[in-house]
Design a binder for this molecule. Structure first.
Ligand SMILES: CC(C)(COP(=O)(O)OP(=O)(O)OC[C@H]1O[C@@H](n2cnc3c(N)ncnc32)[C@H](O)[C@@H]1OP(=O)(O)O)[C@@H](O)C(=O)NCCC(=O)NCCS
Length: 159
């Protein structure tokens, strides 16, 4: 079955493929203080329990992606990132809506994520999409100045 969802700006969302590892590492590094090597994305892309969703144009140029891990009836948002030039246009929301739609057909019934408590735009997006804070983790994210930020753990029911 062909999986395809619409996204703003003439983009669409489809499953990520092995050849996307470098693009995902580049976009991820622009969104986080600590990047992940492309080898790490290559192994996620090869793992059937870790679906990847990319937002791209008709020539498959990638503007953003979401990486999920599913374990039994739970799903975790491992990371989501949108190219800085493409943010604020609804691509992040479209990626997560595609994830929710796709996971309807999986055993996952609840989705979790962790987010830096100071990442207000991400938190607002997650709240709009129905996530609620269920706990906090102190000292979770390293900061460039050597300190560490608190993470919010958020969750949402699926379907
Ligand atoms: C978090 C992130 C993925 C969000 O992606 P995004 O594509 O900018 O998200 P969206 O555009 O869907 O939503 C962001 C804002 O745009 C607004 N928006 C949504 N659709 C829109 C549209 N059609 N036109 C204009 N604005 C729109 C949303 O309401 C939201 O506004 P708000 O923050 O004032 O509520 C992106 O900011 C990013 O890559 N950040 C760095 C990495 C990161 O922090 N990841 C999450 C860590 S867990």
């Amino acid at each position: 079955m062909m999986k395809l969802w619409m996204a703003p700006g003439g983009l669409h969302i489809e499953p990520g493929e092995a050849k996307d590892a470098k693009d995902l590492a580049r976009i991820h590094a622009q969104g986080f203080f600590r990047g992940w090597p492309s080898e790490e994305f290559a192994s996620f892309l090869a793992d059937p329990n870790c679906p990847v969703y990319i937002a791209c144009d008709a020539r498959r140029r990638i503007s953003g992606f979401a990486l999920i891990r599913t374990v039994a009836d739970e799903a975790e948002l491992l990371t989501i990132a949108v190219d800085p030039k493409a943010r604020g246009k609804g691509i992040g929301r479209a990626l997560l809506d595609a994830v929710f739609a796709d996971l309807m057909m999986s055993p996952a019934r609840r989705m979790f994520l962790e987010v830096d408590e100071q990442n207000l735009s991400a938190i607002r997006l997650y709240r709009h999409l129905g996530f609620e804070t269920i706990s906090t983790r102190k000292g979770y994210y390293p900061r460039p100045d050597g300190s560490a930020a608190t993470a919010l753990v958020m969750a949402r029911d699926l379907g």
